[in-house]
Design a protein around this ligand. Structure first.
Ligand SMILES: [Mn+2]
Length: 264
């Protein structure tokens, strides 16, 4: 991966959020450092592009969850001023809410592609379990791709709030793009929970859900979203290196970020 020396000469920005507050599933905190180590394995994207990325390094946890969320929002608010795509490395899924909030202050017309095995719209659960509830409260259009485990309350929430979703059982890349095109504007923010990918390819995560998507189809989905939409931001969350096997997950994560960056 090629890095820029200054933000000005970069085509995109990377920032790490080593956060595992707000959940009992500790370990996602170590993901940014492990994923960065794997960047060296990738040289030239599959799209035959060489992007220059500026890494602003990590934003570390404050003494409590609320303060950490405020700090994330402040950091992204500062970075969006550069008008360059921002790629965030989590951390658990709670980081997406403050990131999206900061984007919503700068961009007035964008949608969210939420790629996850779970719809994350529980009530009074761990903070990472209600990230979609928070996004819906912000009135930002969202589509969900890859759902394969939900509670009855979450299902009802999706129906009541008319949130378009494509379950893993019905997944094809064509259907995913069709759903996004039908429901979202051209500018999109992508939130990618690594548990969308089957644990055979990405075992290093807290909530293993059987019946996921292959790493190949996950990358292809991201290429095709990049071809059809203007990606303003991206996050990759829920990678837990302590549960990984042979760096499969951190290596895939680095490749995902590297290949998403090839859009810019
Ligand atoms: Mn998930």
């Amino acid at each position: 991966m090629k890095f820029a020396k200054t933000i000005e000469e970069a085509s995109a920005i990377i920032v790490g959020f080593p956060i595992d507050q707000g959940t009992e599933n500790k370990g996602t905190k170590d993901a940014p450092i492990e994923i960065r180590k794997a960047f060296d394995n990738f040289y030239f994207s599959e799209n035959a592009k060489e992007s220059k990325i500026y890494d602003v390094s990590d934003v570390v946890e404050e003494e409590n969850f609320e303060k950490t969320m405020e700090k994330i929002e402040e950091k992204i608010s500062e970075l969006v001023k550069y008008n360059k795509p921002i790629l965030s490395i989590g951390g658990n899924h709670s980081i997406t809410a403050p990131i999206v909030k900061a984007f919503s202050k700068e961009y007035d017309n964008f949608g969210i592609v939420f790629i996850d095995a779970h719809p994350d719209c529980q009530k009074n659960y761990f903070p990472f379990g209600d990230v979609v509830t928070k996004i819906v409260e912000m009135k930002i259009p969202i589509v969900m791709i890859g759902i394969r485990n939900w509670s009855k309350d979450e299902y009802n929430f999706l129906i009541e709030n008319k949130i378009p979703f494509l379950q893993a059982k019905d997944f094809t890349i064509e259907k995913a793009i069709e759903l996004a095109k039908k429901n979202l504007p051209n500018k999109v923010y992508i939130s990618f929970d690594i548990d969308f990918v089957d644990a055979a390819f990405a075992p290093g995560t807290g909530c293993i859900e059987p019946g996921g998507i292959s790493s190949r189809n996950s990358l292809n989905l991201l290429y095709i979203i990049g071809r059809n939409f203007d990606i303003i931001g991206f996050d990759l969350v829920e990678i837990n290196p302590s549960k990984d096997i042979n760096n499969l997950t951190t290596n895939l994560a680095a490749k995902i970020i590297f290949e998403v960056a090839s859009n810019f």
